[in-house]
Design a protein around this ligand. Structure first.
Ligand SMILES: [Zn+2]
Length: 339
């Protein structure tokens, strides 16, 4: 998912507040939007319907989302890092001047359209939008261009959170602070931490996450690639112990071929084999050719893929354990059967 302008976060407000990387510029577009509707009035003498057309000039959807974000009272279900569970989080909303609350700038209504008339309305709407926006950012960001949003969890302890946005060049905002941190809000690694044998992997996943939250996507990619390579090596060690693969031949192979070799011997999850044709290419390109912006954009998807691989690995390891255990038990039962 690409997040470049503010309205890209529509419906994803909590992601913007708690998980979106800091120090990343988000554009607030000023071009006005239009919507159209029409109403039937009556029939003329020839029985032809007279229709009134309305072109509504509206503030840009980025501006509309900004108002919604800061002004509306919110109550949403989200993870609280202190309670360590999901519960309703509330935001009280900032009171804005009443005259700024509507997003309708003006409406051009006509039965027969005249392009000059339209242009006059449009010009007025653009001027009005600029004036209102100036007033709006003054009210939201104050003289120093800062907005602090305070939130609270609904447990009896009422844990407090805050997020700080900085207005830049009047047309961008950037998250420059938040408490608790982005990492604190991320509980997705919890279950892997318990089961992964290689503690380095969880450490590297955390490092990747830290870099990503600070808008350093290339570095984050590097860690993801290392994790991928480690997972392959870990599977190889298992296969090698079982005598399924030889070290010399394996080490000579390219990463993609290694995955194929492991897959053929049944040492790699089906999902990992499925995504093998592209995941390593993307990770390597990221490190060598893509810039931070591109890496940031692709990061979440790649991380999700790595987490899925880990999830499958955990499940495979668990099954192997249970299989071994039940096999031993069955063996015992069998040997105790009356001859
Ligand atoms: Zn809480």
């Amino acid at each position: 998912m690409q997040f470049e302008r503010l309205s890209d976060f529509s419906g994803k407000g909590s992601y913007l507040l708690f998980s979106f990387p800091m120090y990343t510029k988000i554009k607030i577009d000023m071009n006005i939007d239009t919507s159209y509707d029409a109403e039937f009035i009556d029939y003329d003498n020839d029985g032809v319907p007279n229709v009134l057309h309305n072109i509504n000039f509206l503030e840009n959807k980025d501006v509309r989302f900004l108002k919604k974000l800061v002004q509306e009272e919110k109550n949403f279900f989200h993870y609280c890092p202190f309670c360590k569970k999901e519960l309703p989080i509330i935001y009280k909303g900032l009171e804005l001047d009443n005259k700024l609350s509507s997003s309708l700038l003006t409406t051009y209504s006509y039965i027969y359209s005249m392009s000059e008339e339209f242009e006059i309305y449009e010009e007025d709407a653009i001027k009005d939008a600029a004036k209102r926006f100036e007033e709006l950012i003054k009210q939201i960001f104050g003289d120093n261009g800062l907005l602090q949003m305070n939130l609270e969890c609904t447990s009896k302890d009422k844990h407090k959170f805050y997020v700080i946005f900085q207005l830049i060049d009047n047309h961008y905002i950037m998250k420059t602070g938040q408490y608790p941190s982005i990492l604190d809000f991320d509980d997705s690694l919890k279950e892997y931490k318990k089961v992964l044998k290689d503690k380095e992997i969880t450490k590297e996943l955390t490092n990747a996450e830290i870099l990503k939250t600070h808008n350093m996507g290339v570095g984050a990619f590097l860690y993801l690639r290392r994790i991928f390579e480690k997972l392959i090596l870990e599977q190889f060690t298992q296969a090698n112990h079982a005598g399924a693969l030889e070290e010399k031949e394996f080490m000579k192979a390219k990463t993609k071929e290694k995955v194929v070799m492991l897959s053929e011997k049944g040492y790699i999850s089906k999902y990992m084999a499925d995504i093998n044709p592209y995941i390593y290419d993307i990770l390597s390109q990221g490190v060598h050719q893509l810039d931070n912006r591109e890496c940031n954009m692709y990061y979440d998807t790649l991380r999700e893929a790595i987490l899925l691989i880990l999830e499958e690995k955990v499940e495979i390891d668990r099954k192997e354990k249970v299989k071994k255990k039940t096999k031993n038990e069955l063996n015992k039962i069998h040997s105790n059967l009356p001859q």
